[in-house]
Design a protein around this ligand. Structure first.
Ligand SMILES: NC(=O)c1ccc[n+]([C@@H]2O[C@H](COP(=O)([O-])OP(=O)(O)OC[C@H]3O[C@@H](n4cnc5c(N)ncnc54)[C@H](O)[C@@H]3O)[C@@H](O)[C@H]2O)c1
Length: 252
């Protein structure tokens, strides 16, 4: 479907959910994958799954909130494959489910440290590597919560709005230097993150389905395909965009 032959691509949060699906799809399109995740078993499992389909991947255990680890992640991609052409900056933590005045400073700061500063660290070091070889494509995962608010999710909503800001800022700074930067805004998607939240909240699944103009939740490959398309040269004139992939949720 997409041609990513020989392109070196990093996927953060590639040990689970939509990151894993995007890594599998990109590898199938010929990309050389670096999976970065804080969780070792998930990251190694994704590498194994890619290997089973004849793809090439390595796992670098990375906490995106630690700049030195992000720098090492990018160095490992360049060392293994000679360059960096693309990155799906997708790792994040979910909402805590506290309403705003009950949120602790620690919970708020942690969400921003991982979801925002972590994405910034990734962009910073990926862009530096891409500039050395003439450009690349970055896709950040925001959320429908990047343009609307969800209840009891102030820290998550804030972080996902900020990811869109980072995306637009990066697109402006590097538009003429061959680097495209875009964000996808997934709606409710059946990944371990959401399945975990639904397990703790009876009625949440039906509530979410009722909110969806399309009448159902997303499957992870439906999100991955948008990310991989943006990583590919098929999306060559798209930069600075925040693209909903949400079954019409934000159209309401
Ligand atoms: N599932 C949904 O309904 C939904 C909707 C909108 C947006 N999103 C966003 O999609 C992205 C992927 O989420 P998912 O649903 O696939 O979740 P997931 O929990 O299945 O995957 C997230 C991955 O990120 C990793 N991770 C967490 N913190 C990390 C850190 N500090 N450093 C490195 N890796 C870290 C986790 O280990 C996990 O493997 C996230 O940015 C999430 O906010 C999800």
């Amino acid at each position: 479907m997409y041609d990513l032959k020989g392109k070196s691509i990093i996927v953060t949060g590639g040990g689970s959910g939509m990151g894993r699906e995007a890594a599998l799809l990109a590898a199938k399109a010929g990309a050389l994958i670096t999976i970065a995740d804080i969780g070792i078993p998930g990251g190694e499992e994704t590498v194994g799954l890619i290997g089973q389909t004849g793809g090439i991947a390595q796992f670098i255990r990375t906490n995106i909130a630690v700049e030195a680890e992000v720098e090492a992640m990018v160095e490992a991609a360049v060392r293994a494959y000679g360059r960096l052409d693309g990155a799906f900056n997708n790792a994040a933590i979910p909402q805590s489910s506290a309403i705003l005045h009950e949120l602790t400073a620690e919970t708020f700061r942690r969400a921003l440290d991982i979801n925002v500063t972590g994405t910034f660290f990734c962009m910073k070091h990926e862009i530096a590597a891409m500039l050395k070889t003439g450009g690349g494509s970055i896709v950040n995962t925001s959320s429908a919560a990047g343009v609307t608010a969800f209840p009891a999710a102030a820290e998550y909503v804030t972080s996902k709005h900020a990811v869109i800001g980072l995306t637009k800022a990066g697109a402006l700074d590097y538009g003429t230097r061959g680097i495209r930067v875009n964000a996808i805004l997934p709606g409710a998607t059946l990944t371990p993150m959401l399945v975990g939240a639904m397990a703790n909240a009876p009625g949440l699944e039906q509530y979410l389905i009722d909110q969806q103009p399309i009448g159902r939740l997303a499957a992870p490959p439906e999100i991955a395909t948008a990310a991989v398309w943006l990583l590919s040269d098929h999306a060559s004139f798209i930069t600075g965009a925040a693209i909903p992939v949400d079954g019409g949720y934000t159209a309401k």
